[in-house]
Ligand binder design. Sequence first.
Ligand code: ATP
Ligand code: MG
Ligand code: FE
Length: 333
Amino acid sequence: PVILAIESSCDETSASVIRNGKVLNNIIASQAVHQKYGGVVPELASRAHQQNIVAVVNEAMETSGISKTELDAIAFTRGPGLMGALLVGVSFAKGMAMALNIPMIEVNHMQAHVLAHFIDDPKPSFPFLCLTVSGGHTQIVLVKSHLDMEVIGQTQDDAVGEAFDKAAKIMGLPYPGGPLIDKYAQSGNPKAYKFSETVMPGLDFSFSGIKTAFLYFLRDEKASNPNFVEEHVNDICASLQQHLVNMLLTRVRQASEQTGIKNIAIAGGVSANSGLRKELKALGDKQGWNIFIPSFEYCTDNAAMIAVAAHYKYLKSDFCSLDVTPLARMPLS
Ligand code: ATP
Ligand code: MG
Ligand code: FE
């Protein structure tokens, strides 16, 4: 099958064409408009999606070398995400599906983050565990097959991507701060500072405490040295990143022990973090795990992962009707 997929859940407008399970392209328009507000402004995101979507879809169609009449289905992100942002993608997909008289496929954005592992080789074999870490989610997912997934641990408050972004904001860095913390951390000492941690039961996480702890830590240090952040930004970022990565990998190790599963993957925007990638490789070597880390292009939001999810749903004739509506919250199973 040939499928056009559209992603518009947050602040990336993206389109991708997939043919027989092979992703042909992955066009992404990122929205710079949110930077000066220190976070994604939902109404501005919707408007930017509306401005970008025609050009992004056109580029995906043109560079694929496939004509619209050859498409077998249109796929879109139904949720979870920002309602207004999702609505742009869903409405566009409806219009196109109606005009071409082809079926629509709804995709769960978090399932798609996991399925980013099926874009390129090596592909994980089932069952595997996926640590999905992004701007809105922190989950440990037991993946039984392409479309059968179960969340076995998750955050009870903030997502780890949020913790990165909020810590960056507290330091006065622009949004999204995660990649900047990563950059500064590379020249810093991860053992320079220690932070306290809220430990949740089972395989769950909590990241709201670190935000407050970090705020007070900087306030106290700045009381004696007003230039503390400027002078020590590398060490601060390295220590914070180490702390967050430790919290994540502790749970992954426990999840592997509990389930006996040694195929371990990471996905979502925070899986682009170089500290997490490095530490996971080291831990994997020690534990004898098979590690799966997506290429950078497929960590943060993209339509290629939506296209792969749609491919597997197409094979099961899992289509949706034209009156489908987006879901701001949408559970994985
Ligand atoms: P969700 O997928 O939960 O709906 P989202 O789509 O906004 O949320 P993604 O696009 O998958 O999330 O990821 C964005 C997040 O990834 C941001 O919080 C960003 O700071 C973080 N991020 C991206 N690159 C890095 C990095 N190198 N280090 C740390 N965090 C990073
Ligand atoms: Mg984004
Ligand atoms: Fe995402």
